[in-house]
Design a protein around this ligand. Structure first.
Ligand code: ZN
Length: 137
């Protein structure tokens, strides 16, 4: 089951400048984390129950660097929280969506994630995200 919007991923060139922009708007960055598997640095900015995730490349061959090169800064993906990721992935495949990740992989913030290809979702890079269970911390 899809339970809510988990976060909105925004590709930025400069993490510190972007954090500062949101701070000036009254939103505080909660944490910064590096995700080596995706070659990104991620800043988490909670807005109510949803997070803005600012994504900056940590290496020139990062997918985020390539994204910015092609399309500029901006909203890069939308993450939907799910209760059971393998089950939702199977369901997505069943209804004909193209999976970028056939199996879940580790994302930022202790989550398991998998992406759906934007060519099969009307142009939106959708992430299915099983957030870390806070009871397990
Ligand atoms: Zn994400």
């Amino acid at each position: 089951m899809i339970t809510k919007i988990s976060h909105i991923g925004i590709a930025v060139k400069n993490l510190e400048e972007s954090i500062e922009l949101y701070r000036r708007m009254g939103l505080e960055c909660e944490a910064i984390e590096e995700v080596p598997s995706q070659k990104v640095k991620v800043a988490f900015i909670p807005v109510g129950d949803v997070r803005i995730e600012l994504l900056a490349a940590s290496s020139p061959d990062s997918p985020i660097a390539k994204y910015i090169e092609k399309r500029g800064e901006g909203i890069q993906h939308l993450a939907l929280a799910v209760d059971d990721l393998p089950k939702e992935l199977a369901k997505a495949e069943d209804i004909g969506l193209r999976l970028i990740d056939k199996t879940p992989r580790p994302g930022a913030h202790g989550a398991s994630i998998a992406f759906l290809h934007p060519k099969s979702t009307h142009g939106v890079l959708l992430e299915l995200c099983k957030e870390r269970d806070h009871n397990e911390e």
